[in-house]
Ligand binder design. Structure first.
Ligand code: SAH
Length: 225
């Protein structure tokens, strides 16, 4: 059982992603728990303020330390986190390897930034890890958090059935997955490779392996050590 607590100032952005398909089923089965916490509830003053202008000037608001500290402290009264992760474009790149590693944890907290990001003192003192989902800038960490929960959630033992096993997916063995086909065997004069119709298990495995290696060479040569 893996529990995620996600801290965000836009909880409704996360209304959809965890309520369908594999991730939804994982939650139903009790293998995955996802809780979304509204940072605004921890805002300061009568306006429940969560952001302010940047010291030194410049465009864009910065999320303040205090609401984040208050929210985290409250959560940490009941949870001990394996990691408190800040979503950040300059963080460690999120890869299948990181997903595998995090799928073995029990309690993960994800902090989503917004605007110009969070006060640097949050990053220095309150979190344990910083993760980026790619070299581009999003308007908030929520979509990144959804990407991580999805990629990690489907790796939890019992979430995927045998026929959708994560072991045959791309990156799992530093190879890209081979191409897949389904009925009909010929559509529009676009035939399915003969070997897949042969019923010859060994030849099929061999073909898939060759395709994987070839694709990896073409598309992700960096994976081949
Ligand atoms: N000023 C910051 C970007 C802030 S974007 C900079 O230039 O680095 C606002 C928030 O979106 C960030 O605090 C972060 O939580 C999230 N975010 C943006 N891009 C991201 C990415 N590639 N991966 C993960 N989170 C990202």
């Amino acid at each position: 059982m893996l529990r995620f607590d996600i801290i965000t100032c836009l909880p409704h952005l996360l209304d959809g992603p965890f309520n369908y398909s594999i991730i939804h089923r994982a939650r139903e089965k009790g293998l995955l728990e996802v809780n979304v916490h509204d940072l605004r509830e921890f805002g300061v003053g009568k306006h429940q303020q969560i952001d302010d202008y940047a010291y030194g000037g410049g465009a864009g608001m910065v999320i303040m330390v205090e609401p984040i500290d208050n929210c985290l402290s409250k959560l940490q009264e009941e949870q001990t986190y394996d990691e408190v992760i800040y979503m950040s474009p300059d963080g460690e790149p999120f890869t299948q390897k990181v997903a595998n590693e995090l799928s073995l944890k029990q309690n993960l907290c994800i902090l989503c930034g917004h605007y110009k990001g969070v006060d640097e003192r949050v990053r220095e003192n309150l979190i344990t890890r910083e993760i980026s989902i790619g070299d581009y800038v999003l308007s908030g960490g929520e979509l990144g958090a959804a990407v991580m929960v999805d990629a990690i959630g489907r790796l939890i033992p019992g979430v995927l059935s045998d026929e959708t096993s994560a072991l045959t997916d791309s990156f799992q063995d530093d190879l890209i997955a081979p191409p897949v086909y389904t009925r009909p065997a010929n559509y529009n004069d676009w035939p399915v490779p003969e070997v897949l119709l042969s019923g010859h298990e060994k030849k099929i495995d061999q073909w898939r392996q060759e395709q994987s290696v070839q694709r990896t060479k073409e598309r992700r040569p960096g994976l081949l050590g």
